[in-house]
Unconditional design. Structure first.
Length: 267
C-alpha cells in the first residue's frame, strides 16, 4: 500500500516538474546577456577535432542549441535556420559569418550524433560547425549565451533561440521562435558587417515570438501546437496521487473502526 502511495507521489511530482519551465524568466535571462563577452570554450566538432570559440572570432557568429534526440521541433527549426543562413549569405556573401549548432544533451549529443544530425539536413558548409561542448563547461556556456533548458517527459523545454555574436565574441542579438522574419536575422548580421549596431526592440514585443520545445509540429495543420501529453501526465499523476491518499485514509478508517466501537454493557 505504501509502495503504491510512494509511486503515485513520485509520479505526480515528476509530472509537476515537467511544467516548471518559466519562459518569462528564461527570456529575461536571455536578454540580460546581450553585450556579454562569451568565454573561450572548448568543443569537439562533428569529426572529433577540438575547436575553441576564439577560433571563430573575427567574423559574426550565429549560435543555436539543439538536442539530436528531438524528432520534431529541432529538425524543423534547423531547416528554417538553414534557409535563413542561405538568405543571409545571398545578402552578405558566403563566408562572411560563422554558424555553430551546439548539442546540449550530453553525453548523447556526441560528435557522431551531431554529424548524423547535420547530414540529415544536407548541411555541409565549412562555415557551419556542429559542436559537442565539454560537459564540465556546459552550464557556464549556456549561462553565457542566456540559454535555459529544463528536462520534461517528452524531451526538453527551452526558448527557441538563435544568438548572434559580434566579431569579438560578444552577444549582440537574440532572435526567437521556430521561425522569424528574415530582417531580424539578416539585418543583425548586416549591422555587424557594416559596423553599425542598432538597439534591440523592446522585450514585450518579443514575447509573442517565443515558442517552447513543449510544442510539437502538426504536419496536417502545418503549424506548431501545444504538446498536451505533458498536461495529461500532470492530471493523471495528480489523480493517481489523490486516489492513493484516499485509499490510505479508507484503510486507516477501516482498521480503526472495530476498536472505536463502544463495548456492550453487561445486563
Amino acid at each position: 500500500m505504501w509502495r503504491f502511495f510512494s509511486f503515485s507521489l513520485l509520479f505526480a511530482v515528476a509530472s509537476f516538474n515537467a511544467r516548471a519551465f518559466d519562459e518569462a524568466l528564461a527570456l529575461k535571462e536571455s536578454q540580460a546577456v546581450i553585450g556579454r563577452q562569451v568565454a573561450n570554450y572548448k568543443f569537439l566538432d562533428s569529426k572529433g577535432n577540438e575547436v575553441r570559440l576564439a577560433e571563430l572570432r573575427g567574423k559574426p557568429l550565429v549560435v543555436n542549441f539543439v538536442y539530436t534526440g528531438c524528432s520534431q521541433v529541432c529538425p524543423a527549426t534547423t531547416q528554417f535556420l538553414a534557409a535563413a543562413v542561405k538568405e543571409a549569405e545571398r545578402t552578405l556573401g558566403p563566408g562572411t559569418f560563422h554558424v555553430a549548432t551546439i548539442g546540449f544533451n550530453l553525453p548523447f549529443d556526441d560528435p557522431t550524433s551531431m554529424r548524423t544530425f547535420a547530414r540529415k539536413f544536407g548541411i555541409a558548409s565549412p562555415n557551419w560547425l556542429f559542436l559537442t561542448p565539454d560537459a564540465s563547461a556546459l552550464d557556464a556556456l549556456t549561462t553565457d549565451l542566456g540559454f535555459r533548458y529544463e528536462p520534461t517527459a517528452a524531451g526538453f523545454d527551452h526558448l527557441l533561440q538563435v544568438s548572434i555574436l559580434d566579431r569579438d565574441g560578444r552577444v549582440y542579438r537574440q532572435v526567437y521562435g521556430e521561425s522569424f522574419e528574415a530582417p531580424l536575422f539578416v539585418g543583425a548580421l548586416l549591422e555587424l558587417a557594416q559596423n553599425a549596431p542598432v538597439a534591440q526592440a523592446g522585450l514585450g514585443a518579443m514575447l509573442d515570438k517565443v515558442r517552447l520545445l513543449c510544442t510539437v509540429y502538426d504536419p496536417a495543420a502545418g503549424r506548431y501546437r501545444l504538446n498536451y501529453v505533458v498536461i495529461i501526465e500532470l492530471l493523471v499523476g495528480s489523480s493517481v496521487m489523490l486516489g492513493g491518499i484516499g485509499f490510505v485514509l479508507w484503510e486507516w478508517r477501516r482498521k480503526r473502526r472495530p476498536a472505536d466501537l463502544p463495548k456492550a454493557r453487561a445486563t
